[in-house]
Design a binder for this molecule. Structure first.
Ligand SMILES: [Zn+2]
Length: 91
């Protein structure tokens, strides 16, 4: 599908206003990846930080990033695996 002239004009206007415009026409916009850190803060791919009282973006129905408007892809915090001490399960 090709961009219409009007759509291109709108995109240019939005970009001029500082918005992020993704190329439309082929598939979905790229997700904004939100990564949870050890303090339960969510660091977004567009450089913002968010915190929830309870759970994460999925449980709070945050489907789109407040910072950039892209769909949110959340990556929960995973505790680093200690492979060389105090585990006791290493062979
Ligand atoms: Zn974002």
């Amino acid at each position: 599908m090709r961009h219409s002239k009007a759509l291109n004009a709108i995109c240019r206007a939005l970009e001029a206003a500082g918005a992020t415009v993704w190329p439309s026409g082929d598939g979905h916009p790229p997700p904004c990846v939100w990564r949870e850190d050890a303090d339960s803060l969510w660091n977004t791919a567009c450089g913002r930080t968010w915190q929830f009282f309870d759970e994460g973006p999925g449980e709070n129905r945050v489907n789109f990033c407040h910072g950039c408007g892209h769909p949110v892809q959340s990556v929960g915090y995973v505790e680093p695996i200690d492979d060389d001490d105090e585990d006791g399960r290493t062979p």
